[in-house]
Write a protein that binds this ligand. Structure first.
Ligand code: NAP
Ligand code: ZN
Ligand code: ZN
Length: 363
C-alpha cells in the first residue's frame, strides 16, 4: 500500500503542480510515476486543459479529495515509451488521457465500452488510488502513463492544444447528444452555461445540424456567441420575457452549469417529450419541480463523460467536422489566476496550460 512519500512510490521522477489543501492553491510538487509496464503507454505531457471539475476537486467541493493533489484530466502529449504488448501506439504518436485511467475490465459496463460507469472506475486525478494502492496524479505535470486501453489517439492534423479540452469537455457533451438522440439534423437544442462544456456542446450540436439556443447568465457573451460560435438564439436566464417567449421550443437541453440554479425555467423551455440532460455538477442539491415535468411527459437525465471507444470516435468526428474548442493558452505559473477567473466564468472558453514550454522540473 501507499505508505511512502509521493517522490518514492515509483522509480520514475515526475514533477507537477499540486494543491495542498482546500484553499486549492497550486504550487510546484515532486512525485513519481511507475515504470512502463508491458501494456503501458508513457508520454511527455505538452498541454493540459483546465476543467471546472479541477476547481471543484482542488477545493474539495465533493468531499472526496485527498492532498497533495495534482489536477488535470484533459492531458495530451507525445509518446515516449511503450510496453512490449502495446499494439495501438508507438513512440512519437500524439495521444491523450482524459478522466479515466483504469477500470475493472470485466463488469457489464466495461464489456459494453462504458468504462465511465464501471463501479471500480479509477479517475486520473483527485486522490483516487491505482490498483496497487498508489495515488493517481493528473496532467498538470511533465509525464503521464496509462494502460493503452485508456489512451486516446489524436489525429495528426488536429492541433494538440485544441485537442486537450475534447478529452473531458468534448466527450461529456458529445456522449449525451448521441445517446439521447439529440444528434439529428433540424432539432432545437438548448445549451445552459456557455463555458468549457457549453461552448463545445454548441459546436457539436451545430455539427449535427441542430438549431442552437444558449441560455446564459452573461450578457457579455451574447454578441460573440451569435457572431462567432454560430449560436442561433441567446437567452439571458434572468430575463423573464425572453424565457416566456421561448417556452415549449426545445427538443433537448444540455445543462452544463457548475453552480446551483433553478430547473423550473429550463423544463418550461422543453417541448412535450423534451429531454433535459444534466452534466454540470453544482455542489448543492437542486430542486426538481415535478408539475412542469409531468405535463408533457418530459425527461430529466444525467450523463458522465463517456467510454473510451466513444471518446476515440468523438475525437475523429471533431477532426473530420472541424469541431475545435476556443482556448486561452497559459503558462503553468498563471494557473492560480486562471482558477480565480474560472470561478467568475471569465474565460472564452477553456484555459489550456502549455505544460511543454512552461513547466520547469526542479528535481
Ligand atoms: P465552466 O467553463 O466554468 O462553465 C460553466 C458555466 O456555467 C459558466 O461559464 C457560466 O456560463 C455558467 N455558470 C457559472 N456559474 C453560474 C451560476 N451561479 N448560475 C448560472 N450559471 C452559472 O465549467 P465547465 O468546465 O464547462 O464545467 C461545467 C460543469 O460541468 C462543472 O460543474 C464541472 O464539474 C461539470 N463537469 C461534469 C462532467 C460530467 O461528466 N458530467 C464532466 C466535466 C465537467 P454563463 O456565463 O453562460 O452563464
Ligand atoms: Zn472535466
Ligand atoms: Zn468495470
Amino acid at each position: 500500500m501507499a505508505t511512502q512519500q509521493p517522490e518514492f512510490e515509483h522509480p520514475k521522477k515526475a514533477f507537477g503542480w499540486a494543491a495542498r489543501d482546500t484553499s486549492g492553491l497550486l504550487s510546484p510538487f515532486n512525485f513519481s510515476r511507475r515504470e512502463t509496464g508491458e501494456k503501458d503507454v508513457a508520454f511527455k505531457v505538452l498541454y493540459c486543459g483546465i476543467c471546472h471539475s479541477d476547481l471543484h476537486i482542488v477545493e474539495n467541493d465533493f468531499g472526496m479529495s485527498t492532498y497533495p493533489l495534482v489536477p488535470g484530466h484533459e492531458i495530451v502529449g507525445v509518446v515516449t515509451e511503450v510496453g512490449s504488448r502495446v499494439h495501438k501506439f508507438k513512440v512519437g504518436d500524439k495521444v491523450g488521457v482524459g478522466c479515466l485511467i483504469d477500470s475493472c475490465h470485466s463488469c457489464q459496463n466495461c464489456v459494453e465500452n462504458l468504462e465511465n460507469y464501471c463501479p471500480q472506475l479509477i479517475l486520473s486525478q483527485g486522490g483516487a488510488k491505482h490498483k496497487d494502492g498508489t495515488t493517481t496524479y493528473g496532467g498538470y505535470s511533465d509525464s503521464m502513463i496509462a494502460d493503452e486501453h485508456f489512451v486516446i489517439g489524436i489525429p495528426d492534423e488536429f492541433p494538440l492544444d485544441a485537442a486537450a479540452p475534447l478529452l473531458c469537455a468534448g466527450i461529456t457533451v458529445y456522449s449525451p447528444l448521441k445517446y439521447f438522440g439529440l444528434d439529428k439534423p433540424g432539432l432545437h437544442i438548448g445549451v445552459v452555461g456557455l463555458g468549457g462544456l457549453g461552448h463545445l456542446a454548441v459546436k457539436f450540436a451545430k455539427a449535427f445540424g441542430a438549431n442552437v439556443t444558449v441560455i446564459s447568465t452573461s450578457p457579455n457573451k451574447q454578441k460573440e456567441a451569435l457572431e462567432n460560435l454560430g449560436v442561433d438564439s441567446f437567452l439571458i436566464s434572468h430575463d423573464q420575457d425572453q424565457l416566456q417567449a421561448a417556452i415549449g421550443t426545445l427538443d433537448g437541453i444540455i445543462d452544463t452549469v457548475s453552480a446551483s440554479h433553478s430547473l423550473l425555467p429550463l423544463i418550461g423551455l422543453l417541448k412535450s417529450h423534451g429531454k433535459l440532460i444534466m452534466v454540470g455538477l453544482p455542489d448543492k442539491t437542486l430542486e426538481l419541480p415535478l408539475i412542469p415535468l409531468i405535463k408533457g411527459r418530459k425527461i430529466i437525465a444525467g450523463s458522465m463523460i463517456g467510454g473510451i471507444k466513444e471518446t476515440q470516435e468523438m475525437m475523429e468526428f471533431a477532426a473530420e467536422h472541424n469541431v475545435k474548442p476556443d482556448i486561452e493558452v497559459i503558462p503553468i505559473d498563471y494557473v492560480n489566476k486562471a482558477m480565480e477567473r474560472l470561478h467568475k466564468a471569465d474565460v472564452k472558453y477553456r484555459f489550456v496550460i502549455d505544460i511543454g514550454n512552461s513547466l520547469k522540473p526542479s528535481f
